[in-house]
Ligand binder design. Sequence first.
Ligand SMILES: [Zn+2]
Length: 98
Amino acid sequence: MTATISHCMHKECGSPVFSRGLCRRHHCTHYRAGTLIDFPTQWRPRPHVVEDWLELRHLGRRLAAERLGMTYDAFVRALQRGVKDGLLTFEQSQSPPA
Ligand SMILES: [Zn+2]
């Protein structure tokens, strides 16, 4: 399983990620400073999403998205882009039959 528990981008911080690769405190700091724009919401590299999905596929899309800390919609979009980019087949992007 290649999925790692994500920690705040500020290396010295080490707190779990809240959003945009930042912990709650740093998210707040950057929000106030107006620099949140520097931290994209989709910071997770796409090939990893596909890799992790192929390992978590038996769980189905919803649970896998949850496990990867992504919203279902963002997860499905990532898979759709993965199919478009040839990282996986359409078949592979679907939840396995129950
Ligand atoms: Zn932090």
